[in-house]
Structure formats: structure tokens, C-alpha cells
Design a protein around this ligand. Structure first.
Ligand SMILES: NC(=O)c1ccc[n+]([C@@H]2O[C@H](COP(=O)([O-])OP(=O)(O)OC[C@H]3O[C@@H](n4cnc5c(N)ncnc54)[C@H](OP(=O)(O)O)[C@@H]3O)[C@@H](O)[C@H]2O)c1
Length: 397
């Protein structure tokens, strides 16, 4: 007779209940708030057994109707309208900061002082001084800290790093990265927080450039000097609160910078939100004495590689589908090389952080710590300074 119903035995239910949980307090419920929540929900399903099961304790935003709806929709037990209350909550062990850039430092420092682990979105701060305060506060408190550079968690980027570290492309000569979008080309697009210096600090630079600058450090190494330029194409935009009035756009619409690495390599980075047809186009090329590596975010399961060591009659770029279980994270995903997507980067990111918290492992070098956030911030500041002063600017060592 076939068994039609299976019951979980009591012991198993209790064992499941005894799984280590980690209380998550999320600041911000919108774009990144949703991406991170999705990661906390999916992580223990796929990364089984998880180092700890995220418990969605509380979420915070200023608009009660929206934040209470988000709490219900995402499954948080409580909501707060003041981030200070969320940090005080005794059930919150990990504070996840998905607020706009000007709200990264105060809650992150307060969270560290309250002994909570912290994940803070990029760019880490408004400037390097603030980023350094955040880094020092987290180190002093002895909590785990991570900057949300999620592209470090793409399997193809991990393969690029492995190949570089193994010397597959020899000594690195050149890094070239662009991050291009088109979403503010309409002059009637409103003056949202990302276009206000007092909230965002910079435009395409901090928003998109931060990612490819972090990847430059992750894949190639520390940067010693930069020479940058910025431009703002549309100087005024309708105010979201009153579209009949306009306000000044005081951040960059585009930036382009030349970079020198400490190891002698050279490079260029650029980002724009004015590239018609480009949706979320991030392309990274690394050239070495023995070959090249090319990554395209819109083809994130693939890595293009070229080796000068290949036999001459079959030299050429090869496209590796980076979806087999030999590659990082794929032992947890679908079988037989099925592809994954952008949202998976956040699942990998929170798994890494929670594993580091629970098993007291270092977040670096695979994850970006607040130190990495600070080093990136120094480069962002230097590019703005270089653009203002029209000269090369050195990065503090
Ligand atoms: N890693 C990535 O790929 C990636 C992608 C996008 C963004 N980001 C970064 O993530 C951060 C958030 O960006 P986002 O796109 O998620 O922004 P968003 O969609 O505008 O969401 C911001 C959230 O913060 C809340 N908020 C704003 N000020 C607040 C305050 N003073 N107190 C409490 N809540 C406040 C907003 O709700 P209320 O208005 O109701 O307060 C909203 O829920 C930024 O630093 C951004 O650079 C990273």
C-alpha cells in the first residue's frame, strides 16, 4: 500500500525549532529593503543547513502606511518609524542598513555601539571621514561588519578572481570597467534623493562607480591615484513634493576616471545614468601579460577568457558558463548547471555574513568589510576632488 501522507515526527519539529536563529532588523523597506529581505527568506531554504535562520524581527521607515504594509508583506514581526528604536530592540542581532547614503553613518555607528552586527549598503558613507568613523566604531565594538558590495558574490566574478590569483592572465596590465544606465534621461524625471548632494553625496559616481571601484580593488588591488571628470547634463529637475517647481541637481550625471594601481597596473572606470538603451550594463575587462578576462553583468552566468598560452591554431575568447557545482555557491542551487540571477548575489552575501557571525569567521577577503567601504570611499572622494581641481589626486595609503 502506498503511503499517502507523511508526518514530521515531534522530535524533528523540536530540532527544527532549536535551529540557531539570528534576529534581523532592517532599515529601509524599498528597493534594497526588498532585495535583502528576499535574501533572508531564501537563504535557509537553499543554503541548508543554514549557519543560522534569519528571523525577521523588525523593519523601519518613516512613512507608517508604507512601512507597516512592508512589514506584513515581507513577514517582519514589528515595524518602527525611528531607527533608534529598532537598534534598541533586544531581539535584533544584525542591523541591515538599506537607507539612503546620508543615513548610513549614524545608525551604523549606533548599531555597533549597541553591540549589533551590521550590513550597510554602498557607498558606505557620505565621505571618507564618516566611513572611517563607521569602520572604527565597528572594530572597537568587535562586531562583524560588511559593506553591501554584492557583485563580489557573483560566481563568475569569483572565477575571475581565482584565475587572476592563479596567474591565468599573468601580470595584470589594465583594468577597464563601465557601469551604464539610462533611467534619468527624461528631463521631467523628478529630483529624487539620488540627485541631491545633501543625501547622496555624489551621483553616478557613488551609486554605480562604487561597485566597479570595489571590483577593481577586489580583482586587481589597491589604487594609488586617480584623475577624474564629472558632468551634470540636466541642471534642474521638478521637485517630487511639488512638480510645478524645480530644484538644482548638484551631483554628477556621469563620471569618467583614470586610475593607477599600486602594483603598476593602469585602468579606467566610468559610470553614467544617461546611456540610452543601457539598463544595468556593467562590463569589466582585465588584461594581463598572458590573457584577458571579460565580465558582463547582463550575462552574469558567463565569463569570457582568453589565454595567450593556448595553442596558436585555437587561440580565441572562450565563454565559460559558470553554473556548475565546481563554482562557488552552485552546490546550493539547481542541478545540472541551471542559471541564476541578480537577486542571488544578495542571498550569497547574507549567507556569507551570517556564517561569519555564527562561526566567528572573517568577512574579508571574499566579503567587503567597512574597511573596504572606507577604501572605496577614499577613491570616490579623490575622483570628486580631482574633477574639481583638474589634476591627479593620490589615495591615502
Ligand atoms: N547593492 C546594490 O546593488 C544597491 C542597489 C540599489 C541601491 N543600493 C544602496 O542601497 C541604499 C538604499 O537604496 P534604495 O534604492 O533601497 O533606496 P529607496 O528605494 O529610496 O529606499 C530608501 C528607504 O529608506 C527609507 N528611509 C529614508 N530615510 C529614512 C530615515 N531617515 N529613517 C528611516 N527610513 C528612511 C525609505 O522609507 P521612508 O521614505 O518611508 O522613510 C525607504 O524605505 C543606498 O545607499 C543605495 O546606494 C545598493
Amino acid at each position: 500500500m502506498s503511503k499517502k501522507v507523511g508526518f514530521i515526527r515531534m522530535g524533528e519539529v523540536e530540532a527544527a525549532r532549536e535551529e540557531r536563529e539570528i534576529g534581523v532588523g532592517l532599515l529601509g523597506y524599498a528597493f534594497m529593503g526588498k532585495a535583502h529581505t528576499n535574501a533572508y527568506i531564501k537563504m535557509p531554504i537553499f543554503f541548508y543547513p543554514p549557519p543560522a535562520k534569519p528571523k525577521l524581527v523588525a523593519i523601519c521607515g518613516r512613512t507608517e502606511k508604507a512601512v507597516s504594509e512592508a512589514a506584513r508583506r515581507y513577514g517582519y514581526e514589528k515595524y518602527y518609524l525611528d531607527w533608534r528604536e529598532l537598534i534598541k530592540d533586544g531581539e535584533v542581532e544584525l542591523v541591515d542598513n538599506c537607507l539612503p547614503n546620508n543615513m548610513h553613518a549614524p545608525p551604523s555607528i549606533a548599531a555597533a555601539e549597541a553591540g549589533k552586527h551590521i550590513l550597510c549598503e554602498k557607498p558606505l558613507a557620505m565621505n571618507a571621514k564618516e566611513a572611517e568613523e563607521m569602520y572604527r566604531a565597528a572594530e572597537k565594538a568587535g562586531v562583524k561588519h560588511m559593506t553591501g558590495f554584492n557583485y563580489r558574490f557573483i560566481p563568475a566574478i569569483r572565477l575571475a578572481k581565482k584565475l587572476i590569483d592563479e596567474g591565468y592572465i599573468g601580470k595584470i596590465l589594465q583594468y577597464r570597467a563601465v557601469y551604464l544606465q539610462e533611467w534619468i534621461m527624461d528631463p521631467n524625471f523628478p529630483l529624487v534623493w539620488r540627485l541631491r548632494k545633501s543625501v547622496a553625496a555624489s551621483g553616478a559616481l557613488g551609486d554605480l562607480g562604487a561597485h566597479i571601484i570595489d571590483l577593481a580593488r577586489f580583482l586587481v588591488g589597491d589604487i594609488s591615484s586617480v584623475c577624474g571628470m564629472t558632468e551634470t547634463f540636466i541642471k534642474e529637475r521638478p521637485l517630487p513634493e511639488d512638480p510645478t517647481k524645480k530644484g538644482k541637481v548638484d551631483v554628477d550625471d556621469v563620471f569618467i576616471a583614470l586610475i593607477r594601481f599600486k602594483n603598476g597596473a593602469v585602468g579606467s572606470v566610468e559610470a553614467s545614468r544617461f546611456c540610452a538603451g543601457r539598463k544595468n550594463y556593467q562590463r569589466v575587462e582585465i588584461h594581463g601579460t598572458e590573457g584577458s578576462i571579460v565580465f558582463n553583468l547582463e550575462r552574469l552566468n558567463e565569463l569570457n577568457v582568453y589565454s595567450r598560452r593556448d595553442p596558436e591554431d585555437r587561440m580565441g575568447f572562450r565563454n565559460i558558463l559558470v553554473t556548475e557545482t565546481v563554482h562557488p555557491f552552485f552546490e546550493y542551487w539547481w542541478p545540472h548547471g541551471h542559471i541564476i540571477g541578480w537577486e542571488h548575489t544578495f542571498i550569497h552575501e547574507v549567507h556569507h555574513l551570517i556564517d561569519c557571525i555564527v562561526n566567528d569567521k572573517p568577512v574579508a577577503p571574499m566579503g567587503a568589510t567597512f574597511y573596504d567601504g572606507l577604501k572605496c570611499q577614499e577613491i570616490l572622494d579623490a575622483i570628486l576632488k580631482s574633477s574639481e581641481e583638474g589634476r591627479w589626486v593620490s589615495i591615502p595609503s
